[in-house]
Design a protein around this ligand. Structure first.
Ligand SMILES: [Mg+2]
Length: 124
């Protein structure tokens, strides 16, 4: 399976995780609360890997310890899988939700003269 971001679609990923869970009998555990809790657990696993590390440390560690990059990658994938499951069980179109929220964010945090207007206000 040679799937990359550049050649995959959200719908294909949703179908894949749906089939994966049905094949294992896990599809009966799709209650939004349970999936959100599982998503939170996976986010905590990611957080634990980064806890108390500064960005420079993480970059150096990733280079020195390829296993860390692998573990970070796997936790991000776990989180993404649960986002796909949750969006499916709540009937949320992820692409539409993403762009709608980004549009809202761009209104909330407008860029004026090459910088975030709100950030500029905070700094003044
Ligand atoms: Mg995990």
């Amino acid at each position: 399976m040679d799937k990359r971001d550049t050649n995959s679609k959200i719908a294909e990923l949703r179908d894949f995780i749906k089939d994966f869970r049905i094949a294992r009998g896990w599809d009966k555990y799709n209650d939004p609360y349970d999936v959100a809790a599982a998503l939170s657990c996976e986010a905590s696993e990611l957080l634990e890997l980064l806890l108390w590390k500064k960005n420079e440390d993480v970059q150096a560690l990733i280079t020195a310890e390829p296993k860390l990059k692998q573990r970070l990658t796997e936790e991000v994938a776990d989180i993404f899988a649960y986002i796909l499951v949750l969006s499916d069980s709540l009937n949320i179109d992820l692409t539409d939700a993403f762009f709608s929220k980004m549009r809202k964010n761009s209104e909330k945090y407008p860029v004026i003269n090459g910088t975030c207007a709100r950030r500029k206000r905070w700094l003044e």
